[in-house]
Design a protein around this ligand. Structure first.
Ligand SMILES: C[C@@](CO)(OP(=O)(O)O)[C@H](O)COP(=O)(O)OP(=O)(O)OC[C@H]1O[C@@H](n2ccc(N)nc2=O)[C@H](O)[C@@H]1O
Ligand SMILES: Nc1ncnc2c1ncn2[C@@H]1O[C@H](COP(=O)(O)OP(=O)(O)O)[C@@H](O)[C@H]1O
Length: 298
């Protein structure tokens, strides 16, 4: 039995760090939006063993790859609830989403494996159980397990409130071509930055209202409430982030922001032709540049 899934990237339309848990993980408040840049995950059940074949962007093979850990976790958790002859999977991964880029590619791949294996094995896990498993793999995985195109995420990313997807915008993703470790960004942020909670919640409420309107063309409030607390940390290491933001705004984006821990920057455009033009301009210097659209429903 075989199943092919599309695993989308995400952007963070804003990201505020609101605190820190005793285990060191940061609490956040973020509006996340899936976008139409996809990895492909092809799953074929087999009697035993987990194998992985990757193409496209280079990613680790074996257990270092999150898709292998996702399959192991699924098989362990459902050992007593599966048919005996379906304890293994052969995974083919076509990687198009830039790696360690703030676009959630690994988390999206892991969610696709969990969802896909659950379907292939006649659904031994409830949606809630899949989310619990996903969270063991990464804080961003639960977002990719829910059907909504967008959600407000709290906790470390596991408390999710589906939100309306952005509409009528083209999104230009520009990746500077360097990788940034999420862990390093969070650790550096904790050392350098403190925020007032009241400001965070005010901004967040505004953002939710703004994006709730859904139609960016009629939404002058949107740019003013889009901020990413992690941007300042990553810019210090990857100055291209600042230059790309300036270039996107000069090229017609009505807002430009770093996604997640970066270093990918996105610009939102009302005019898709302008987004295409700006894409051509960036692509010669930064080959990992893409025009995408917000995913409405997965
Ligand atoms: C920053 C965000 C924003 O959406 O996205 P990316 O930039 O990774 O795409 C996420 O919070 C990233 O989530 P994810 O990439 O799943 O993180 P994980 O693998 O769980 O954690 C990697 C490391 O980041 C730190 N971490 C992660 C999430 C969080 N809420 N607080 C943290 O402090 C921890 O040090 C952890 O060891
Ligand atoms: N399937 C995968 N796709 C992407 N990265 C992976 C994968 N498996 C393991 N990794 C590792 O996970 C780390 C984070 O990658 P990624 O999920 O792309 O980051 P981000 O969430 O910042 O976009 C990288 O160091 C990468 O080598």
């Amino acid at each position: 039995m075989r199943l092919k899934l599309q695993a989308p990237a995400k952007i963070n339309l804003n990201l505020h760090i609101t605190g820190r848990r005793s285990d060191g993980y940061h609490l956040l408040d973020s509006l996340m939006q899936k976008v139409s840049l996809y990895d492909e995950v092809d799953l074929e059940l087999c009697p035993a063993g987990i194998s992985l074949e990757c193409s496209g962007e280079p990613v680790p093979a074996g257990r270092e790859n999150i898709v292998v850990r996702a399959a192991e976790l699924f098989f362990d958790a459902t050992a007593d609830r599966r048919r005996k002859n379906s304890s293994g999977v052969s995974i083919k991964l076509i990687k198009r989403i830039p790696v360690a880029a703030g676009l959630g590619g690994g988390s999206s791949n892991a969610a696709a494996v969990l969802r896909g294996l659950n379907i292939l094995c006649d659904c031994p896990c409830s949606d809630e159980e899949l989310v619990r498993l996903g969270l063991q793999l990464g804080a961003d995985v639960p977002f990719f397990l829910i059907g909504a195109g967008a959600a407000r995420a709290a906790g470390i990313g596991e408390i999710l409130h589906p939100a309306p997807s952005l509409q009528n915008v083209s999104v230009l993703l520009v990746n500077p071509g360097v990788s940034v470790s999420t862990r390093w960004v969070y650790e550096t942020f904790a050392l350098t930055k403190h925020r007032r909670a009241d400001k965070v919640s005010r901004l967040q409420n505004e953002t939710y209202k703004a994006v709730g309107w859904c139609n960016a063309r009629e939404n002058p409030a949107l740019p003013a409430v889009m901020e990413n607390d992690l941007e300042v940390v990553t810019i210090a290491k990857v100055p291209e982030v600042g230059l790309i933001k300036d270039g996107l705004l000069a090229g017609g984006a009505f807002v430009a922001l770093m996604s997640g821990s970066g270093p990918t920057v996105f610009g939102l455009f009302v005019d898709s032709a302008q987004a295409d033009e700006c894409c051509t301009m960036f692509k010669s210097r930064f080959p990992h540049t893409y025009v995408v659209t917000p995913v409405q429903e997965q």
